[in-house]
Design a protein around this ligand. Structure first.
Ligand code: PAD
Ligand code: ZN
Ligand code: ZN
Length: 362
């Protein structure tokens, strides 16, 4: 898949309320949006069930521009790449956040009413995760919008729309890291570093950061990693290195890259009976994984984590309030801020490993 040109291609159609439809739509003016590894998967053609051309972007913050029938939500807001309808069996179950009325179960490239609200030169452009924040004006269902503090700086709190919430929640909610425990984080991008922040907040005693880019190690240490290692420095597979380092593997391992080889390595790196491995990285399109079933037979737990396990509409506003009260500081993940028309430069910074998070401003 050739890189997709995503600059200057969008034209907004005003939101339309479809009579009888349960889900009203809201038009949002995006003020700031981060570039996440998942957007890069879209550009590389490795995101599942994707129709092109598409407007990616899902880590944004903005203001309500206009409202649809029956909607009372007002500005400012964070679009939710995982909606929360509040009514389905998942939303009613306290143990899961994967709402059933989402793009996970139907086309994510069209709105729930099966329309697209974007055109370019008369041609339909697809939506991404129902929110498409790489557009100054975008339309989304009410269930995909969280109202946040009036004073929240949108150029910072956009990270709560995906990267920070995902990594922090993977440690706190999904793994439920215990004080004094040991953790290994594969991949030290914006999401992996947020896992580091979560493991430290949970009181882990050893936090091992793993990345093939040593430039990521300084920030990882600043955020709480006690050790950082590069798999390319060892002749043995990294899982064997970790098991030797820790005696019997770590209590919690996290894959935050999105590769099947590192997913299998992360599983094998945790303790053979009590270890928990959390898959955060998005699996590549059509991938299959093979692993020795004995790894699970002995008692390991293998879990996935989507947007950190948060019930998004309820939790993202609370996380933003926590930020306003200085309980967390994901600002340290922002290495670059660029005007939106330099979006391709932002992706180049990600590819070269020079950025953690680039924030684009409209
Ligand atoms: P990123 O590209 O900023 O970070 C990836 C990191 O992995 C980089 O530091 C790379 O150097 C490192 N890396 C690459 N290959 C290897 C390797 N073989 N061994 C060790 N390290 C390696 O991406 P990100 O932090 O924005 O996102 C990371 C993943 O998380 C990505 O797959 C993304 O799609 C996924 C994601 N998941 C969710 C979710 O809800 N589960 C949400 C957001 C992002
Ligand atoms: Zn993301
Ligand atoms: Zn739901």
């Amino acid at each position: 898949m050739a890189p997709v040109s995503i600059v200057n291609v969008t034209v907004l159609q005003k939101p339309v309320s479809i009579p009888g439809l349960m889900c009203p739509f809201i038009s949002i003016q995006i003020v700031a949006t981060g570039i996440c590894g998942t957007d890069d998967h879209v550009l590389k053609g490795s995101f599942p069930n994707m129709d092109y051309p598409v407007i990616p972007g899902h880590e944004g913050a903005g203001i309500v521009e206009s409202i649809g029938e029956g909607v009372t939500c007002v500005k400012p807001v964070i679009p939710l790449c995982l909606p929360q309808c509040g009514e389905c069996s998942s939303c009613l179950n306290p143990d899961t956040n994967c709402c059933l009325k989402t793009h996970l179960y139907e086309s994510q490239n069209l709105m729930p009413d099966k329309t697209s609200r974007f055109t370019c030169k008369g041609k339909q452009i697809h939506h991404f995760l129902w929110i498409s924040t790489f557009s100054e004006y975008t339309v989304m269902p009410d269930s995909a919008i969280a109202r946040i503090d009036d004073d929240a700086p949108l150029d910072k709190v956009c990270l709560f729309g995906c990267g920070f919430s995902t990594g922090y929640g993977a440690a706190i909610n999904t793994a439920k890291v215990k004080p004094g425990s040991t953790c290994a984080i594969f991949g030290l991008g914006g999401v992996g570093l947020s896992v580091v922040i979560g493991c430290k907040a949970a009181g882990a005693s050893r936090i091992i950061g793993i990345d093939i880019n040593k430039d990521k190690f300084t920030k990882a240490r600043d955020l709480g990693a006690t050790e950082c290692i590069n798999p390319q420095d060892f002749k043995k597979p990294i899982q064997e290195v970790l098991v030797e380092m820790m005696g019997h593997g770590v209590d919690y391992s996290f894959e935050v890259i999105g590769r099947v080889d590192t997913m299998a390595a992360a599983l094998a790196s945790c303790h053979l009976s009590s270890g928990t491995c959390v898959m955060v990285g998005a699996p590549p399109l059509g991938s299959q994984i093979s692993f020795d079933p004995m790894l699970l037979f002995t008692g390991r737990t293998w879990k996935g984590s989507f947007i950190g396990g948060w019930k998004t509409k309820d939790s993202i506003p609370k996380l933003v309030s926590g930020y306003m009260e200085k309980k967390f500081n994901p600002d340290v993940l922002i290495t670059h801020t660029l005007p939106f028309d330099k979006i391709n430069e932002g992706f180049e910074l990600l590819h070269s490993g020079k950025s953690i998070r680039t924030i684009l401003l409209y």
